[in-house]
Write a protein that binds this ligand. Structure first.
Ligand code: PMP
Length: 359
């Protein structure tokens, strides 16, 4: 068996220990005589899996007691619509910061439910920076302020929690959740799809402050209603049981690795190395402002785009997979989430240097 280093933006690499554990438990989960996939979601075995998973997330993120933790479906994309549906609370406007492709998608979807005020945008600079906080025009009458803490496509990450001017702060953490310490208490809502740092795709984690639960109008469908999902422990409909289980295994792995603070140090080290290699070369470059370069998704371009195809082909031959940038921006992108070992980053850096020498 030869496992590659997979630099995909998501679904992405999982810790090998998690895959091995899932393999070991596949046919008979801990003496139950069945696979987790075959269990009733109401049965005692699965209830235990669900409870441990939720408690581990609460522990890892130090989620305060006045937050509901939901495990939903529909991805972060469903949250783009669910957030305004659940927390506009009679207001007609919401504030959004536009720092890249995913903020843009969130804005577009929210526009179906309310007037979106874009308080700041880095679109003119091709999404290579974050507009200075002082220049954000937050409307105090809006229902909330939304931002994307890590732009997966453009490789732009916030290093500070923005001031929300008294509004509930809502954050799409899909591509950097659990990669760094976060003060959950600063937020109204944090949401993230699981397929980058938490497991396979199929589950969306939504962490909602209690005062924002129960505000949805009656017309909102039950499965999209935070209150109804919270009341039924996210089991209003049959949950993605196996994906919850895998999410639980990833959380246990992260705890064994020393938790979020420990993984953050490793993420800093991995990202620093790769940016240094890019900055020191004359073939590769990264366009993002240095103070907001993502630790998770590192885009780079080759000085001669004619070499792109050869670069990707040679990389694949060296076991370095899925390095093509998003089709909307081109070039390359190395996604190095929690599960990417430092050895994978080292192998990429070595390959890049060798490719530069020979081209
Ligand atoms: N937000 C961000 C920051 C993302 O990276 C993605 C997926 N790449 C999404 C939202 C959309 O997630 P999903 O496909 O789970 O709806």
């Amino acid at each position: 068996m030869a496992r590659i280093y997979n630099f995909s933006a998501g679904p992405s690499m999982l810790p090998e220990a998690v895959l091995v554990k899932a393999q070991q438990e596949m046919l008979d989960w801990r003496g139950s005589g069945m696979s987790v996939m075959e269990m009733s979601h109401r049965g005692k075995h699965f209830m235990a899996i669900a409870e441990t998973m939720k408690n581990d997330l609460i522990e890892l993120m130090a989620i305060p007691a006045n937050y509901k933790v939901l495990f939903l479906q529909g991805g972060a994309s469903a949250q783009f619509a669910m957030i305004p549906q659940n927390i506009l609370n009679g207001k007609t406007t919401a504030c959004y910061v536009n720092t890249g492709a995913w903020s843009t998608s969130a804005i577009k979807e929210a526009g179906k439910y309310c007037e979106v005020k874009t308080v700041a945008s880095s679109e003119e600079g091709k999404f290579t920076g974050i507009p200075a906080f002082e220049k954000w025009r937050i409307d105090p009458a809006a229902a909330y302020l939304h931002y994307t803490s890590n732009e997966t496509i453009h490789g732009v990450e916030f290093n500070q929690v923005p001031e929300a001017g008294g509004l509930p702060l809502v954050c799409d953490m899909s591509s950097n959740i659990l990669s760094r310490s976060v003060d959950v208490g600063r937020y109204g809502i944090i949401y993230a799809g699981t397929q980058k740092n938490m497991g396979p795709s199929g589950v969306t984690v939504v962490i909602v402050r209690e005062d924002l639960v129960g505000l949805a109008p009656k017309s909102v469908p039950s499965v999209f209603n935070y209150q109804q999902q919270a009341n039924s422990d996210s089991m209003l409909n049959t949950p993605a049981t196996y994906n919850w289980y895998l999410l639980g295994l990833v959380l246990q792995w992260l705890k064994a690795e020393g938790g979020v603070a420990a993984i953050e140090q490793r993420n800093i080290q991995k990202a620093d190395k790769l940016y240094q290699a890019i900055d020191q070369s004359s073939l590769y470059s990264n366009p993002v402002d240095k103070d907001c370069r993502s630790r998770m998704n590192i885009p780079f371009v080759l000085a001669d785009a004619a070499l792109d195809k050869e670069f990707l082909k040679q990389a694949e031959l060296n076991g370095l997979s899925t390095l093509a940038g998003h089709r909307s921006v081109g070039g390359m992108r190395a996604s190095i989430y929690n599960a990417m070992p430092e050895a994978g980053v080292d192998a990429l850096i070595e390959f890049m240097a060798e490719f530069e020498r020979s081209h």
